[in-house]
Design a protein around this ligand. Structure first.
Ligand SMILES: NC(=O)c1ccc[n+]([C@@H]2O[C@H](COP(=O)([O-])OP(=O)(O)OC[C@H]3O[C@@H](n4cnc5c(N)ncnc54)[C@H](OP(=O)(O)O)[C@@H]3O)[C@@H](O)[C@H]2O)c1
Length: 335
């Protein structure tokens, strides 16, 4: 089959197109998916570069990538199923998370695949899994979001953030999104009530320079999703109400070794002694929450903000554009 392969950690140049790769064989609990589109997200970049180095200790290969074919998020058609698979059968159109998605065929555990919403194209569905699940679980499970709350999404124009803005609105919150100058229009179009351009106003420094139909952004929030920027906890806490919740989702400024693990540990410890709740989170990959996302899509409350699609042979460029912050929302690779 045709696939992108990578034999060493490095930049996107370490990825190459190969027209003659062996097709994967599904295990008993796995589904073999004929991939129609594969998602591109920060996780693909981490596994491509092998940074932070902590990911290498998490079973992805110490010296070189353990899994030669990159890509995790996928949408496509079930080609074959393992002996224990009962929920899905050949011909089903699915989306979810597996291994080696930058290829014509890829395997995924049945527990990480759901039926694709009929209203979404394969490209849109491939943009949904890990970013959508992360946004959902950060707001609902870690954040305990409730209608009427003031919610701040830091990193609102990216993969996770573009879903978080829409989901927070669907839960009935007043939403403020934070992003760079070039993407404020995107965040507003996703439904944010206020948009803060982080190059012009700082979070936790009082009311920001905000734009949006409802006027100035609030100075304090009931719930803050920290997806990007790696701001100090003290500054993020200044943007929270006294009993507010800070959910720590991502931090590309965390350094090559641990990716900011120290800040997460400090947050968990500090949370024991202060009125605010400071919560690191890690997304759980489960089909039940893919079904929840599909319900939001079906109700017209969630639409992937799809920027560009790239043919399989140009997957390295797709990852490069993500690393260089050129993507508005999500991009996908079509197979
Ligand atoms: N905890 C988990 O389970 C989990 C799951 C998925 C992802 N993550 C992590 O979440 C992070 C974001 O992932 P993603 O896929 O959403 O990335 P992405 O698509 O690259 O989006 C990054 C976002 O951050 C914004 N940003 C960059 N610098 C910023 C700053 N200084 N202040 C505020 N916003 C800033 C970008 O805005 P502009 O482009 O407009 O500058 C963009 O909106 C990554 O670190 C990823 O590893 C964690």
């Amino acid at each position: 089959m045709r696939a992108i392969v990578q034999d060493a950690y490095g930049s996107a140049d370490a990825m190459r197109f190969d027209a003659d790769v062996e097709r994967p064989v599904p295990g008993d609990d796995d589904v073999l998916v004929r991939v129609r589109a594969a998602g591109v997200d920060a996780g693909v970049w981490h596994l491509m570069t092998g940074t932070p180095y902590l990911v290498r200790l998490m079973g992805y290969g110490l010296r070189r990538p353990k899994y030669r074919i990159p890509g995790m998020d996928m949408a496509g058609t079930v080609e074959a199923v393992g002996a224990n698979v009962t929920r899905l059968r050949p011909g089903d159109e699915v989306f979810g998370m597996g291994k080696g998605a930058f290829a014509e065929y890829a395997c995924a555990p049945q527990a990480k695949l759901a039926l694709k919403p009929a209203s979404l194209s394969f490209e849109q569905a491939a943009a949904l899994p890990v970013s959508g699940l992360t946004a959902l679980q950060a707001l609902r499970d870690s954040g305990g979001i409730r209608a009427g709350q003031k919610v701040l999404v830091i990193g609102a124009s990216g993969g996770v953030g573009s879903y978080a803005v829409q989901l927070a609105k669907a839960y009935g919150a007043e939403v403020t999104g934070v992003c760079g100058t070039a993407k404020t229009d995107l965040v507003r179009s996703l439904g944010a009530d206020h948009v803060i351009d982080y190059t012009r106003a700082e979070i936790g420094a009082g009311a920001g320079t905000a734009t949006g139909a409802a006027g100035g952004a609030p100075a304090r929030y009931d719930l803050v999703l920290d997806i990007a920027g790696g701001r100090p906890l003290s500054r993020l806490r200044r943007a929270l109400t006294p009993r507010g919740t800070l959910v720590l989702v991502g931090n590309e400024a965390g350094g090559r070794w641990s990716g900011g693990m120290g800040r997460l540990l400090r947050a968990a410890l500090l949370s024991l002694f202060v009125g605010q709740r400071l919560r690191p989170m890690a997304a759980a990959e489960r089909y039940e929450d893919l079904d929840v996302l599909a319900d939001f899509v079906g109700a017209g409350r969630l639409t992937p903000a799809l920027d560009r699609t790239y043919p399989l042979s140009e997957a390295p460029e797709a990852v490069r554009s993500l690393a260089e912050h050129r993507v508005r929302g999500k991009s996908v690779v079509t197979v």
